[in-house]
Design a protein around this ligand. Structure first.
Ligand code: ZN
Ligand code: FE
Length: 240
């Protein structure tokens, strides 16, 4: 089974340290900074088998080559974006499998934030690494994709099991909650979620991972009924 732990890096990013408990194999997702990630890997035993990249932005890949040089891990990223990623050992696309020890991740193409954005889902542990596609109570900005593309990407993630752990790339949840409550002021599940998020951040703890089932009840971007509704919501959030 895969367990996932956030490693806080930069100002508000998370890299994710994954471990397959059957084999002890370890992965890091989106290692954009070396020192805190090396410290987390070393504290977990100093083993690194795999580097998983979700998309090409510097706040997700900046430390990847240095981490690979230090630990000798295999680097995996989107075939669609090889020109903008560090040299990959495995270039992947929709439906491909990536092994971490004895656990298999399925690759899900999730364009919208960027053209080549991918997500990784480990059914054994219900762990979803979704980068800047789905955030807790929010979603990524449409920097290279259309509303229709992002809407479709979010709905590929929305059909995963309800217990899926949302391991995304940023601690944006508290500010996302402010917009979400503004957009959907009468949703009791959202009000309760937002109160919990404020308490968690006040205590200095990460709000992630969240569970997909609670996002489906509270996240307005997952609850938008159609592409037009989603596009309107995304545009309002950009101005909020
Ligand atoms: Zn990004
Ligand atoms: Fe980012």
């Amino acid at each position: 089974m895969i367990t996932a732990r956030p490693v806080a890096i930069l100002s508000d990013n998370y890299a994710w340290l994954l471990r397959d408990d059957a084999s002890g194999a370890t992965a890091i997702v989106d290692p954009a900074e070396v020192a805190p990630i090396a410290a987390a890997i070393d504290a977990a035993g100093g083993r690194l088998d795999l580097i998983l990249l979700t998309h090409h932005h510097a706040d997700h890949i900046a430390g990847a080559e240095a981490i690979r040089a230090r630990y000798g891990a295999r680097m995996v990223g989107a075939a669609a974006d090889v020109a903008r990623l560090p040299p990959l050992d495995q270039a992947v696309a929709e439906g491909d499998t990536v092994m971490l020890g004895s656990a298999a991740a399925r690759v899900i193409d999730t364009p919208g934030h960027t053209r080549g954005h991918i997500s990784y889902f480990f059914p054994d542990g219900d762990v979803l690494l979704c980068g800047d596609t789905l955030f807790s109570l929010g979603c990524g900005r449409l920097l290279e994709g259309t509303p229709a593309e992002m809407f479709a990407s979010l709905h590929k993630l929305a059909v995963l099991p309800g217990d899926t752990l949302i391991c995304c790339g940023h601690e944006y949840t508290e500010s996302n909650a402010r917009f979400a409550v503004h957009a959907d002021p009468t949703n009791p599940a959202l009000a309760e979620f937002a109160a919990r998020v404020r308490a968690t951040r006040a205590a200095g703890r990460p709000t992630l991972p969240s569970r997909l089932a609670e996002e489906l009840e509270a996240n307005p971007f997952l609850r938008a009924p159609d592409v037009a509704g989603f596009a309107d919501l995304r545009a309002r959030k950009d101005r909020f």
